[in-house]
Design a protein around this ligand. Structure first.
Ligand code: NAD
Ligand code: AHE
Ligand code: ZN
Length: 380
């Protein structure tokens, strides 16, 4: 299906790919993955969206719900609203993903992941599944798609499983942010870590993703939220979002993990790495409390980077996890997040520090690199 992209924001992942740091980055391509628009046309067999629907592209795909069987055993039930309920789960219902045409993929059948693989191999190669080809050209030569979304374009072509239909009353210049960074931060806290009231939290990196972790930690009633960044200009917003403490690792000769351990009588219950730096990932793990602390890797590290710590850190009970799109099963969760925004229960508007024209995209990248914006929303 094709969509007219009306608004797209810049995420750090676009900058990292443009800088050649993504091992999967293929060029020439059309970047962009945090956006909103209107369906322009649908191809044969597309049934879940129609021309004129308001949509948010989802780089994590998720197909129409099906009755899911695992080794012949029913593991979930579908409902009419496309939600799939896992009878053994106490979490709020989210849909499992599944292949549209054939058997659901192994990932779709598994209750622990949101990583639908039904189109992933093709989106990773920058092409469409139907024919293994791109839909974009420049001077007659093909351009690769990016993350299955390619929203830095007036029109884009995406798989049906890669769009969420949302409330048409929602302002697309705001809810476009739910296509990546803000949803990811919220989901890291609610779905991946499952922060509970009274927990202590440390958030490394105070861009939009880190602030979204803080927003969710406040909603989860965390008792203490320690915000960490090497740019002290970020602390004012962190406090405004609800951080109880701000730490600049550059202010002390002591390693930041030790600073946090000392501040919290042994470490935090949960930490979130929202930078994409493997040294910060180590610090985020090691500031967790012995015996139960969990560190969630949200940041995307550059090609060739590897994480390390003393295995003893894990032997003694700390847990390292990662999250993609905050664990949200995209096509069902994104419309729900839009509805949550419409109810007034989020700080979504506050993440937009700049509104610019698409023709100013290079200036927007400069702002992101200089740490001078949270989210720049570009209108096309
Ligand atoms: P951003 O560039 O706006 O924010 C990064 C922040 O990290 C900045 O405030 C910067 O000052 C801070 N920082 C840099 N070095 C630091 C250090 N050594 N210690 C502490 N803070 C440091 O980026 P963003 O858009 O908020 O994205 C954050 C990360 O999350 C990126 O790596 C992005 O690629 C990743 N991401 C992952 C997912 C996912 O699904 N896992 C989704 C969206 C974004
Ligand atoms: N392609 C890279 C990794 C990039 C990556 O981790 N992407 C995140 C989303 S970042 C959004 O801003 C993700 O969801 N990854 C899961 C997936 O299936 O791509 C690499 O290292 O190869
Ligand atoms: Zn992103």
């Amino acid at each position: 299906m094709s969509a007219q992209v009306l608004f797209t924001a810049l995420c750090h992942t676009d900058a990292y790919t443009l800088d050649g740091l993504d091992p999967e980055g293929l060029f020439p391509c059309i970047l962009g993955h945090e956006a909103a628009g209107v369906v322009e046309s649908v191809g044969e067999g597309v049934t879940s969206v129609s021309v004129g629907d308001h949509v948010i592209p989802c780089y994590q795909a998720r197909s129409k719900a099906q009755k899911l069987l695992l080794n012949g055993r029913r593991v979930s039930q579908t409902t009419t609203d496309n939600t799939v309920l896992d009878p053994s789960s106490t979490s709020p219902p989210q849909a499992y993903c599944a292949d549209l045409e054939a058997q659901p993929c192994k990932f779709c059948l598994h209750p622990k992941t949101n990583l639908c693989q039904s189109v992933r191999a093709w989106t990773g190669r920058g092409v469409m599944k139907a024919d293994g080809a791109s839909r974009f050209t420049l001077d007659g030569k093909p351009l690769f798609h990016f993350m299955g979304t390619s929203t830095f374009s007036e029109y884009t072509v995406v798989h049906e499983v890669s769009v969420a239909k949302v409330n048409p009353a929602a302002p697309l210049d705001k809810v476009c942010l739910l296509g990546c960074g803000i949803s990811t931060g919220w989901g890291a806290v609610f779905n991946t870590a499952k922060v509970q009231a009274g927990n202590t939290v440390a958030v490394f990196g105070l861009g939009a993703v880190g602030l979204a972790c803080i927003e969710a930690a406040v909603e989860a009633k965390a008792s203490r939220i320690i915000a960490v960044d090497t740019n002290p200009d970020k602390f004012a917003s962190a406090r405004q979002w609800g951080a109880t403490d701000c730490v600049n690792p550059k202010d002390s000769a002591t390693a930041v993990q030790q600073v946090i351990v000392d501040m919290t009588d042994g470490g935090v219950d949960f930490s979130f790495e929202c930078v994409g730096n493997v040294e910060v990932m180590r610090a985020a793990l090691e500031c967790c409390h012995k015996g139960w602390g969990e560190s969630i890797i949200v940041g995307v590290a550059a090609a060739g980077q590897e994480i390390r710590t003393r295995p003893f850190q894990l032997v003694t009970g700390r847990v390292w996890r990662g999250t993609a799109f905050g664990g949200y099963k995209s096509r069902v969760a994104v419309p729900q997040l839009v509805d949550k925004y419409m109810s007034g229960a989020t700080k979504l508007d506050s993440y937009i520090t700049h509104n610019m024209k698409f023709s100013e995209i290079n200036e927007a990248f400069d702002l992101l690199h200089a740490g001078k914006c949270l989210r720049v929303v570009l209108s096309l």
